[in-house]
Design a protein around this ligand. Structure first.
Ligand SMILES: Cc1ncc(COP(=O)(O)O)c(C=O)c1O
Length: 364
C-alpha cells in the first residue's frame, strides 16, 4: 500500500465539474481583478468565521505583513511569536522593520503565555500567536497578557481555518488574523491566496486600499500601498470549497482520532483540550526514534515530513537576532522528535490503519 503525504488532485477531482464551470464563468465575465466574485467570497468567509470583514490578499504571508504594517508596526518595535512556525511568521515581522522576538512553546506546540510574558519589553508592540497544526493557541491567556501590557494580537491562523476555541472560530480572537489559502491548507486554492479577518472596520477599510496600491478610487492614491489581491479565479474555487470545509475538517478529526487511538501507547500524540476544536492541518507525533522511524515509513510507502526541522530562531536568516541552540528547549526538542503523518479528508481508514501498523512494527 502507498500512503502519499498529500493528494491535492483527489480533492480537485471530487469537485472538478463545479470548479471548471466557475472558472469558465470568471473567464467569460472578463473581471479578473477584484470585483463581485471576490467580494462574494469575502462576505461568505467573514460570516463563516464570525467576523465583520474578510479581505482577500495574495497569500497568507501578505495577510500578516500588511496587517502589521497598517497597525503601525515598524522599526524599533518588537513582536513576540513562536519559534517553531513556518518561516513566514518570522519574516513578516522583520519585513516591517520590527524585531522578531521568540518565546518558547508548551506541550501543545503553541506559544506558552508565561514564556511570552517573560519576553515582553518596553519595545514590545504585538504578539502573533500561531495556531500551529490547526490547534488553537491559548488565546484567553495571551489576550489577557496583551490587555495587561497594551499589546496588539494578530493571529497567525494560516493552518487553522475552521478551528475554534471556547466557542469562537480562530481568526475572530484577536485584533486581526491572517489565513493562508495555499493549496496545502485546509481551505486551499489552485495557487497562492490569503485572507485577513477582522472586526475592526477602520482597519479593514485601510487594508482594502493598502492591498490595492493605496488607491481610494481608480485614480486617487491616499497612501503608498502594495499590490496584493486575491484573484477572482482563486476566490471562486475557495467559495466552492468553503461549502465542504466543515465536512472535510470533521473527516480530518476522524482520522486524527483513529491515529490517536492506534498510536497513543507508542508515541506522543496530540490531545485536544475540552474547549477547543482542532482541524489538524498536520498530525504531529513525537518519538525519540524519529529519524529511524521516518526512514522506515518512507521505505514502506508511508510518506512523512517534519514541520519544521529548523526552528526559526536557528535559521541562518535569523542569525543577526543572536539566538542560539538551547534558547527554546521545547521548540528545539519537538523539532528533533516530531513527524507529521499523512492527514487529509481523502485518506481512507485502510490507509490510516496501514500507517498505524507500520509505526507499531518499527517501534515494537
Ligand atoms: C503558520 C504559517 N504562517 C504563515 C504561512 C504563510 O502562508 P502563505 O504560504 O500563504 O504565504 C504559512 C503557510 O505557508 C503557515 O503555515
Amino acid at each position: 500500500m502507498n500512503v502519499p503525504f498529500v493528494n491535492l488532485a483527489a480533492q480537485y477531482l471530487s469537485l472538478e465539474e463545479e470548479i471548471l464551470a466557475a472558472i469558465q464563468d470568471v473567464g467569460r465575465s472578463g473581471g479578473y481583478i477584484l470585483g463581485e466574485k471576490l467580494e462574494s467570497f469575502e462576505k461568505d468567509l467573514a460570516s463563516y468565521l464570525g467576523v465583520k470583514h474578510a479581505i482577500g490578499v495574495a497569500n497568507g504571508s501578505d495577510a500578516l505583513f500588511l496587517t502589521l504594517k497598517v497597525l503601525g508596526i515598524g522599526p524599533g518595535d518588537e513582536v513576540i511569536t513562536a519559534p517553531n512556525s513556518f518561516i513566514a511568521t518570522g519574516w513578516v515581522i522583520a519585513a516591517t522593520g520590527a524585531t522578531p522576538v521568540f518565546a518558547d512553546v508548551a506541550e501543545d506546540m503553541n506559544l506558552d503565555p508565561r514564556k511570552a510574558e517573560q519576553a515582553v519589553t518596553r519595545a514590545t508592540k504585538a504578539i502573533i500567536p500561531v495556531h500551529l497544526t490547526g490547534r488553537p493557541a491559548p488565546m484567553m491567556e495571551l489576550n489577557a497578557l496583551a490587555e495587561e501590557k497594551n499589546l496588539l494580537v494578530v493571529e497567525d491562523a494560516a493552518q487553522a481555518i475552521g478551528a475554534s476555541y471556547r466557542g469562537k472560530k480562530v481568526g475572530s480572537l484577536g485584533r486581526a488574523a491572517g489565513f493562508s489559502l495555499h493549496p496545502l491548507k485546509n481551505l486551499g486554492v489552485m495557487g497562492d491566496g490569503g485572507i485577513i479577518a477582522t472586526d475592526d472596520s477602520n482597519l479593514a477599510d485601510t487594508l482594502r486600499k493598502f492591498r490595492n496600491h493605496g488607491l481610494k478610487s481608480r485614480d486617487e492614491c491616499e497612501f503608498w500601498g502594495f499590490n496584493s489581491r486575491l484573484d477572482p479565479i482563486h476566490a471562486v474555487v475557495a467559495s466552492i470549497k468553503l461549502k465542504h470545509l466543515d465536512r472535510w475538517n470533521e473527516r480530518t478529526n476522524e482520522i486524527a482520532n483513529r491515529y490517536r487511538k492506534g498510536l497513543q501507547s507508542l508515541v506522543q500524540v496530540p490531545e485536544d483540550k475540552p474547549y477547543e476544536y482542532c482541524v489538524y492541518h498536520n498530525f504531529v507525533i513525537r518519538t525519540e526514534a524519529r529519524n529511524g522511524l521516518m526512514a522506515f515509513l518512507e521505505k514502506e510507502g508511508v510518506q512523512n515530513r517534519v514541520h519544521y526541522p529548523i526552528p526559526i530562531h536557528l535559521q541562518q536568516a535569523a542569525a543577526y537576532l543572536g539566538y542560539k541552540s538551547g534558547d527554546f528547549p521545547n521548540a528545539e526538542q519537538y523539532a528533533n522528535t516530531m513527524i507529521s503523518l499523512p492527514i487529509y479528508p481523502e485518506l481512507t481508514d485502510e490507509q490510516v490503519d496501514f500507517v498505524i501498523k507500520k509505526i507499531g512494527e518499527y517501534l515494537k
